[in-house]
Design a protein around this ligand. Sequence first.
Ligand code: PHE
Length: 339
Amino acid sequence: MLDKVKELIGEVAAFNAKTKEDIETFRIKFLSKKGLLNDLFTEFKNVAPAERKEFGQALNTLKNAAQDKVNLFKDALENTTEQKGSYGDLTRPSEPIELGSRHPISIVRNKIIDVFSRIGFTVSEGPEIEDDWHNFTALNLPAYHPARDMQDTFFIETNPDILLRTHTSSVQVRYMENHKPPIRTISPGRVFRNEDISARSHCIFHQVEGLYIDTDVSFADLKQTLLYFTKEMFGKSKIRLRPSYFPFTEPSAEVDIYWGLETETDYKITKGTGWLEIMGCGMVDPNVLKNASIDPDVYTGYAFGMGIERIAMLLYQIPDIRMFYENDVRFLEQFKSVI
Ligand code: PHE
């Protein structure tokens, strides 16, 4: 008897159904009222008491195995017929696909590039690890020039000639070395300054700097370009230029835009004045042109530079610069609708 049950367990294990009829035949053979299992359970009372335990266990194993097989093939065959036979309900909405989003820094960077490329500026890039010449000396900042302190620098410990660029003006030096005027280029990129991290400043941030060199480039050209930019970028049409100092430009200016004083936030971000500083600019210093072998008697040019984070903070009312670098998805997901 026990051998018979063991044999059936083997048969169940080896069973393989190809069609629904196969399973039905199998089910009738083992599990129906007149099936083998019922017969065996009826015979259970004839088993000698000493063997009952083992026989009972074997019967249960057989029953469970048979039931499992029926369930398994039923599921499998039902699913395949559905796949083979039809495409399901084609009118059902599909699984939603999660949309990614661009980082706000990329969004603003692309916007700036877009605005300037419409008036003929190309995009140029350069290395983040720079030498002293391209970051400072060529830009009219010789060694020991006090203005070097304006930008606290990260130097490479073993070589004081190598540093992390403090602005992307370094890219413009490289561009001037490799291109003849007329030059019209913007340089977006990541820059590094040894500054304390706070809500308003970070030791790593992004800039876009612009350079235009040709014959007869004047301060009026610079002003008009900046006005065009602020109109396109912010929808604001009033700017002012305040005299300032940069070693690589002469004269130099700080650009403010009139943001307005309509809301409470306007009061807060403009400190009640309505004006916001957004970038530095000026006419390229003749020494800088000379350093790049461009004749300052023939050519003049203007340059400007702005921080991308600052502009993104203004456009999207982001209160803390650190939010850009934390990769908190709750922050990043808010930019899904912008491209
Ligand atoms: N390079 C300057 C800075 O990083 C910005 C600037 C660029 C100013 C060009 C004037 C002209 O602060």
